[in-house]
Structures are given as structure tokens and as C-alpha cells.
Design a protein around this ligand. Structure first.
Ligand code: NAP
Length: 243
């Protein structure tokens, strides 16, 4: 039984491919999204109770390998998986899509984390319009910012929110024309995004480039040391096949 820690498109694709190949797979979702897109195979939802709880789960369910296909910013579950797998001797692979890369014609400011991204907004006037696309969590880092915010996320953002904020509930994939139109209509001055990578939400960066808009890009948190990492589903399937 392979445990796929999911919550991403790659996690779903990986589970689909493993099930199609006849490999028993359980996908684990955190339960953050109200109506998640469910992968085939077994699915469990909710936290394990830290690294200890995950280690117990691995032993109890006789998990033969773990593939961590969580989002590049899901640092806590990634650390827990590293600890639990090391403790139980369970092979662990991290499936992490490559980050987006700036082109010469992009106007990116990269920051190490969300508070630094909020600090970078002090370069902008209080009347500037910010399109914040960092997901539901972490918006509190921007709560003291004076600018006018459009917050886009799948589910309503967790507070506290900036004083002047409106919410757009939407889920990718997004297209470049739609993103360009949205940025024009909202008169966006600056886009703030995590460097999630992947094709589902890259259109906002292309649209910002085409409109000449600046983008504040939050870098990914580092992985725990000594992780075995692949950057696509094919690599994860070949790792699973070799076992
Ligand atoms: P996180 O901060 O790394 O995890 C917080 C806690 O949530 C973990 O300690 C764990 O609870 C539980 N958890 C997280 N992922 C889980 C999973 N796949 N299965 C079971 N429990 C899980 O993670 P997060 O940033 O809140 O992300 C939660 C989920 O949303 C992940 O599956 C991730 O792939 C997805 N996601 C995250 C982002 C993002 O920007 N962070 C964006 C899109 C999707 P216990 O300690 O109790 O086990």
C-alpha cells in the first residue's frame, strides 16, 4: 500500500496512474478545501496528529512507501512525513513540481516568506490595488497593509484580513485572457503570489508580464535535508515501479 500525501493536481494524477497500474493506494487530504476533487483509490481526510500520529498510521496500515505530493508550501506535513518515515523505516519520495522562473521581461520581487512580501508592499502607495493570490491561509500577514486588496482563493480566506479587502472565490485552471481581463477590470497595480509552480495558475504571471505589472513572488520554504525528490508524476511512478 502506497500512501500519497495529496492536496495537489499531481497527487490526484499520481493516484489515478497508480490505481490504473493495479497498485493499492491511499490518498490523504488535509481537509482544508470544502469540496475537494477526489482521486480514485482509497481516500482519507484530516490530519494524522503530528509526526507521531503519522508514524502510528504508517505502522498500523502497513504502508510500504510514502509519496509526499503535497503543495510546495505545505512545510509542516512535509517535515512530519520526513520524521515519521525515518522513524518507521518507510521509503519516502517527495514529488514537487518545479518553481516558476522569472524571464527578463518580468518585474518580479522575490521574498523569502509572506511577512517579507507584506513588507515589500510598503513600496506601494496606500491607494494601490493589490491582487493577492496566496490561497486561503496566510492572509493575516497582510492585515496591516493600507492598500486596496482583492483576495482570490478557492475557499474564503482566514482572517484577520486587510482593512480594505474584497474576496473573489475561484479555482484554477485560469487562462491568460481571463487573467489579463481580471487585472484590467480591477485596475490591479501589483500581484502577490506564492511560487507554487505548475500550469494551473501560471496564467496570472503571463498576464502580469503582458500588462507590465510588478509581481511580488514568495519563495518556497526549504525541504528537510536528504529528501529524495522528483519533479513530475512520471518520476514518482518510476520510483514506485522500482519498488
Ligand atoms: P501544512 O501547514 O504543511 O500542514 C498542517 C497540518 O495539516 C499538518 O501538520 C497535518 O496535520 C495536516 N495536513 C497537511 N497536509 C495533509 C495531508 N495531505 N493529509 C493529512 N493531513 C495533512 O499544510 P497546509 O499548507 O495547511 O496544506 C494543507 C493541504 O493543502 C496539503 O495537502 C497541501 O497539499 C494543500 N495545499 C496547500 C497549499 C498551500 O499554499 N499551503 C496550496 C494548495 C493546496 P497533522 O499534524 O495533524 O497530521
Amino acid at each position: 500500500m502506497i500512501l500519497v500525501l495529496g492536496g495537489t493536481a499531481e497527487g490526484r494524477t499520481l493516484a489515478t496512474e497508480l490505481v490504473a497500474a493495479g497498485v493499492p493506494v491511499t490518498s490523504s487530504l488535509a481537509g482544508r478545501v470544502a469540496a475537494p476533487r477526489l482521486p480514485p483509490g482509497e481516500v482519507r481526510v484530516g490530519g494524522f496528529g503530528g509526526a507521531d500520529g503519522l508514524a502510528e498510521y504508517l505502522a498500523e496500515h502497513r504502508i510500504s512507501a510514502v509519496i509526499n505530493a503535497t503543495h510546495p508550501f505545505a512545510a509542516q506535513i512535509t517535515a512530519n512525513a520526513a520524521t515519521a518515515c525515518a522513524r518507521t523505516g518507510t521509503p519516502l519520495l517527495v514529488l514537487r513540481r518545479p518553481p516558476w522562473q522569472a524571464r527578463d521581461d518580468d518585474k518580479w520581487t522575490t521574498t523569502p516568506d509572506l511577512p517579507a512580501a507584506a513588507a515589500a508592499l510598503t513600496d506601494y502607495a496606500a491607494e494601490a490595488v493589490v491582487l493577492l493570490t496566496i490561497g486561503r491561509q496566510g492572509v493575516a500577514a497582510f492585515s496591516a497593509a493600507p492598500q486596496r486588496f482583492w483576495l482570490r482563493s478557492v475557499d474564503p480566506p482566514d482572517g484577520p484580513l486587510p482593512a480594505r479587502a474584497e474576496v473573489i472565490l475561484d479555482r484554477g485552471p485560469f487562462t491568460v485572457p481571463d487573467e489579463r481581463e481580471l487585472m484590467r477590470r480591477l485596475t490591479v497595480d501589483v500581484l502577490v503570489t506564492k511560487n507554487s509552480g505548475g500550469p494551473m495558475t501560471v496564467a496570472k504571471l503571463v498576464a502580469a508580464r503582458e500588462l507590465g505589472l510588478p509581481v511580488i513572488v514568495v519563495d518556497r520554504p526549504p525541504l528537510p535535508p536528504d529528501m529524495q525528490v522528483v519533479d513530475d508524476v512520471r518520476g514518482a511512478l518510476s520510483w514506485a515501479g522500482s519498488r
